[in-house]
Design a protein. Structure first.
Ligand code: KG4
Ligand code: ZN
Length: 358
């Protein structure tokens, strides 16, 4: 089965093509990603209207390039998948409409893919991970711990109550003048920095459960930066290293508790922890998670760097997993700015900002 996947939910215009064999084996036939970094550079963040217009300007060429790289035409496809949420609504409309148009013109089934599921299932494409597994999803918009029972079958065990982890990296970078996107910039600046120079808080760590909070941490970085001003290059490196070490500890502590719960609930002695989303590219975080998984007798699966950030391959793969189960969506399928993986989990973002205890 050959599936084209289109991704336009944020600031990457991407198209990927994957082949899924009947036994579940995967191969990547094309992976084209056009980032919009320069389009948003002047604004210090992603501007939704600019993002949507940039997707319109390049998406047909990105799709054509993916087909050319794979040596295919739309008639060779078995399905077309497009991110239909969650994300910025303008971009979602561009990608979903394009996917539907191709599916309609070539008489192929269409799959409306949840962007988060694209991240969640990537480990099955790269490593053939079997269900169930534990997922730590860390991106610019989400920070969640999920039990992955199967395709379309998720149970949220923990989430951030305020900022997402990627957002905390981005805000830290912005206040230190490191540019956008902040994650890679903070990671680079942290190299050689002293991770124990600044003692930063670990919000929620004294409370049970698997939720996260990062808003207070960002404030603490700002206060530490103001106290140390004017900042030398060493100060910036030490702040970045301290921030990164703190979030790595927070994430690893929660992951360990989640792995223990996973073991108790599933009876699987050697659990698999999958880390996914843009922040999964961070080496300090990967290293901390790897140590936790090993300590508990399990293993960490992290996608290769090229598949951590947003891409069309993960959307194509999620589409292929759904097609393998016989799923397809109507061309009238809506796009959704908000689309949680676990529809039964109550929204929590905002609780932290309002000071509500959870
Ligand atoms: O998954 P993604 O590409 O887009 C969303 O769906 O949000 O994640 C983007 C986020 C950004 O916040 C970016 O700063 C962060 O992932 N990120 C990183 C690294 N690379 C990207 N954070 C920490 N370390 C990195 N190396
Ligand atoms: Zn993403």
């Amino acid at each position: 089965m050959i599936v084209l996947g289109i991704e336009t939910s944020c600031d990457e215009t991407a198209a990927g093509i994957v082949r899924r064999d009947a036994d579940g084996k995967a191969s990547i036939l094309a992976n084209v990603v056009r980032a919009q970094i320069e389009d948003h550079a002047a604004y210090g963040g992603v501007v939704p209207e600019i993002a949507a217009r940039a997707h319109v300007a390049v998406l047909d060429r990105v799709v054509a390039e993916a087909l050319a790289r794979a040596g295919l035409t739309v008639h060779d496809l078995d399905a077309v998948a497009a991110t239909s949420g969650p994300g910025l609504i303008g971009g979602l409309l561009v990608g979903a409409m394009t996917g539907k148009a191709i599916a309609f013109a070539a008489s192929k089934p269409f799959v409306a893919v949840n962007h988060l599921e694209g991240h969640a299932l990537t480990a099955r494409l790269t490593d053939g991970v079997a269900f169930p597994y534990l997922l730590l999803l860390v991106s610019g918009g989400h920070t969640q711990i999920l039990l992955v029972r199967g395709v379309g079958d998720y149970e949220r065990w923990g989430t951030t109550i305020d900022d997402a982890l990627g957002e905390a990296f981005d805000k830290t970078a912005k206040l230190l003048g490191l540019g956008h996107p902040g994650g890679p910039a903070v990671e680079k600046a942290a190299t050689g920095g002293n991770p124990s120079r600044f003692a930063l808080p670990r919000p929620l760590m004294d409370r049970p459960g698997l939720d996260f909070s990062f808003a207070g941490l960002k404030t603490a970085v700002r206060l530490a930066a103001e106290r140390a001003a004017p900042l030398s290059e060493t100060d910036v490196a030490d702040l970045c290293a301290s921030f990164q070490a703190t979030v790595a500890t927070i994430v690893a502590t929660r992951a360990r508790a989640a792995l223990e719960r996973f073991r108790a609930e599933t009876g699987i002695a050697a659990p698999t922890l999958v880390v996914a989303g843009g922040v999964a590219a961070n080496t300090a975080i990967r290293t901390a998670l790897d140590a936790v998984a090993e300590k508990i007798g399990g293993r960490l699966v992290a996608p290769p760097l090229a598949l951590c950030g947003d891409n069309g391959v993960m959307i194509a793969w999620a589409g292929a997993e759904h097609r393998a189960l016989g799923h397809a969506d109507a061309l009238a399928a809506p796009v959704r700015a908000r689309w949680p993986l676990d529809a039964n989990a109550a929204p929590k973002v905002g609780h932290g900002r309002l000071g509500t205890k959870v």
